[in-house]
Ligand binder design. Structure first.
Ligand code: NAG
Ligand code: NAG
Ligand code: NAG
Ligand code: NAG
Ligand code: NAG
Ligand code: NAG
Length: 659
């Protein structure tokens, strides 16, 4: 059976390649490895790839008779160098290229790889926009950042650091560092960020052995309570490679929470770890192992499996010269003579079909050529050690059980209770930080108060002391005491005495506190009401707002109050019937004069003013039902987190009866 299969295949090769009649496999296949030698990931990946190559070459079950040779090139973190080297390694007939580390270099090389039909298999380029849709020759043997960001979003949601009282969080500010940032760049950015409200930082940078961001943050007193530092996998990759001598640098990281690609604890993983230790002892390796070592190791195996399958059918690695290149849009580009891999499409297919168990778990690609596994560990740095506090997986969210256990127990496709072990936060506290501040002492919250001349019991600026005082101010002061964090603030009178305060306020949300009060106590049903004189109370035909509208008597309203627009725009009372009144004294005078003597038949005003007025007068009373449902309130900027906390505080004041 085997024999009869071989003959047509050989004939097939003869036809396709014309002259080259190879019945034997090549003695060597060259695999390109483009990465930054002197980097946190590169140092580990180099040793891991070499270990994989030597394992493959010693294993008779794979690529037997053919040596897998790694052709290494150092990109030195440069996109330009990476691109030049991609051309150089392809000239040496490598298939495929493993690497590069960095996503920006991967973007560039992917274009070249497409043009020359050489697959690119990266164990570290995590940018989700590097997709097979745009770069058909790109494979990713680590996790896409789209999963890492989903994990980060779940973490933020879990701790409730969102700006609104909904299941919704947003990136409030992006602090962008230049590519070659130095300490002064970080200092400037972080110092500037202190003036902003949010205190939850998500740090997403390249691995940095100097931990410069945290060193600066510590100098700026930002590694303390109130601050939350979340880090993507660059931090665990960096820390895992630290030798015991610089474990002391973990001290500045107290309270940081980070993610690390999850690799299940298996016999193979443990064996590789102890082998690594042995190589360290022998002086063959000078770095501790991190997850990228496991991924790089599996990547070489994936490539070897694909080449093995390819050679089973094609016997050699066919390259040809061309001066025509096709870019991703199919247009021809003149680049001079270049070698193109003629077996590109076939090898691509072999890679897509990879399915084996590696150190990191199942090595298999999704249709968009990412690894099927996408789980993370959640780590917390406390007491100068790295603690695992839970796991994240795409199918179960956050949990204290490893994803493979959940998968085994078939707890899938629904999110069970999200859970993590206790975390120590910056400053050593175990209590969850609030995650943002409204204001700081340097930049207190500015609170506008209407500059009123009438009904000064509610709010006014004292003439003698210039202190802002009144009932509204008392309510604010009491409520803010119940908000569980400090709000440095100052009052600022605004508007001139006659201004309509509501129309000057733009994008605001109202916390209608008198309305809340009404709901709780049920003692008021609404807030606009009308007052009539005693004489009219007994004899008049006015029994409420409807009969007031039906008549043609003059109606009083408070200058600057929304009662005016309510009456003209909602109740369609002619403006000619409305008379503005500036103070309680004018109310009194107008009501006493009555409609036929230049006064008013009734005044329509907000209930609190009416109540205040009536508390000092016994000759007048309220008729009919109150007729609108708006109340008084504090107005906040839309999206202000303070709106929610102040509402809660005012409810508390109402419940205790203090309001
Ligand atoms: C790598 O780049 C840095 C700065 O970009 C340079 O100083 C260094 O010499 C380069 N190293 C190598 C090996 O090319
Ligand atoms: C941080 O910014 C403040 C101004 O907001 C400035 O006074 C201070 O000098 C800055 N500190 C550093 C270390 O740059
Ligand atoms: C850790 O050690 C490495 C190598 O000795 C050094 O480059 C790095 O700066 C150290 N990191 C810290 C934070 O001390
Ligand atoms: C991949 O391999 C596993 C275990 O060897 C097997 O259960 C699974 O069916 C394979 N998947 C595909 C798509 O071949
Ligand atoms: C991740 O989760 C989403 C939503 O549940 C699902 O659509 C997607 O297929 C999942 N991806 C993987 C690789 O499991
Ligand atoms: C976690 O914190 C809670 C409340 O602070 C405490 O009751 C519990 O014992 C802690 N769990 C552990 C494992 O420390």
């Amino acid at each position: 059976m085997k024999f009869t299969m071989m003959i047509p295949l050989t004939l097939f090769i003869l036809i396709i390649l014309g002259g080259s009649v190879y019945c034997e496999r090549p003695s060597v296949v060259n695999v390109g490895a483009i990465f930054s030698f002197n980097s946190v990931i590169g140092r580990v990946a180099k040793a891991a790839m070499e270990a994989a190559a030597s394992d493959i070459n010693a294993d008779p079950r794979i690529l037997s008779g053919t040596e897998l040779k790694l052709i290494r090139e150092d990109t030195n973190c440069s996109v330009f160098m990476g691109s030049i080297e991609a051309f150089q390694v392809i000239e040496r007939e490598v298939v495929p290229i493993i690497g590069p580390q960095s996503s920006s270099i991967a973007h560039m090389i992917s274009l070249i790889a497409n043009g020359l039909q050489v697959p690119l298999v990266s164990y570290a380029a995590s940018d989700p926009t590097l997709s097979a849709l745009q770069f058909p020759y790109f494979f990713r043997t680590t996790q896409s950042d789209s999963y890492q960001m989903a994990a980060m979003a779940d973490l933020i949601d879990f701790y409730g650091w969102k700006e609104l009282a909904k299941k919704m969080s947003k990136v409030s500010f992006k602090l962008t560092l230049p590519t070659q940032y130095d300490l002064s760049d970080i200092t400037y950015l972080l110092n500037k960020s202190k003036l902003l409200g949010p205190r939850v930082y998500v740090v997403h940078i390249n691995p940095d052995p100097g931990l410069r961001i945290f060193t600066v943050a510590q100098k700026l007193h930002m590694m303390t309570g109130n601050y939350v530092w979340l880090s993507t996998d660059w931090l665990s990759a960096t820390l895992d490679t630290f030798s015991t001598e610089n474990q002391s640098s973990l001290k500045i990281l107290e309270g940081v929470v980070g993610l690390r690609q999850h690799i299940p604890q298996t016999v193979q993983k443990k064996a590789f770890l102890s082998r690594w230790r042995k190589m360290q002892k022998n002086g063959q390796i000078h770095s501790e192992l991190n997850v990228y070592g496991f991924y790089a190791y599996d990547t070489v195996w994936a490539v070897a499996h694909a080449i093995d399958k390819f050679l089973n059918e094609h016997y050699n690695i066919p390259f040809s010269f061309t001066d025509k290149l096709h870019d991703e849009k199919g247009t021809e580009t003149q680049l001079g003579k270049h070698k193109v891999f003629d077996g590109g499409k076939v090898l691509l297919k072999k890679l897509k079909d990879i399915n084996f168990t590696g150190l990191t778990g199942q090595i298999q690609f999704t249709t968009d050529q990412n690894l099927v596994n996408s789980d993370y560990d959640v780590i917390n740095i406390a007491q100068m050690a790295i603690h695992g506090v839970g796991y994240w997986s795409n199918f179960s969210g956050l949990s204290t059980l490893p994803p493979e256990t959940l998968k085994e127990e078939q707890i899938s496709h629904y999110h069970p209770d999200q859970k993590l072990d206790n975390v120590t936060w910056p400053g050593g506290t175990t209590e969850k930080p609030r995650g943002w501040v409204v204001a700081s002492n340097e930049r207190p919250l500015r609170i506008g108060v209407p500059n009123r001349a009438s009904f000064v019991e509610f709010v006014t600026e004292s003439h003698s002391s210039h202190k802002i005082q009144g009932y509204c101010i008392d309510v604010f002061n009491e409520a803010q005491k119940l908000v569980p964090y400090d709000i440095p603030f100052k009052f600022e009178p605004f508007g001139d005495v006659k201004e309509d305060t509501v129309s000057t306020l733009g994008r605001l949300v109202m916390v209608v506190w008198l309305f809340l009060l009404m709901v709780i106590t049920s003692s008021y049903t609404a807030s606009l009401t009308s007052i009539l004189t005693v004489q009219q109370l007994s004899s008049s035909s006015i029994t409420g707002v409807d009969s007031l509208i039906a008549g043609d008597w003059p109606i009083g309203y408070q200058l600057g109050s929304f009662a005016y627009s309510c009456m003209t725009e909602i109740l369609y009372i002619p403006q000619s019937r409305l008379i503005s009144l500036g103070s309680p004294e004018e109310y009194d005078k107008a009501l006493r004069l009555g409609p036929s003597n230049g006064g008013v038949a009734a005044i329509v005003d907000e209930l609190p003013y009416v109540e205040l007025f009536l508390s000092q007068q016994t000759d007048f009373g309220i008729v009919g039902q109150s007729f609108t449902r708006s109340g008084w309130g504090f107005a906040f900027q839309r999206d202000s987190p303070l709106a929610f906390d102040m509402s809660t505080a005012i409810l508390q004041l109402a419940e205790t009866g203090r309001l």
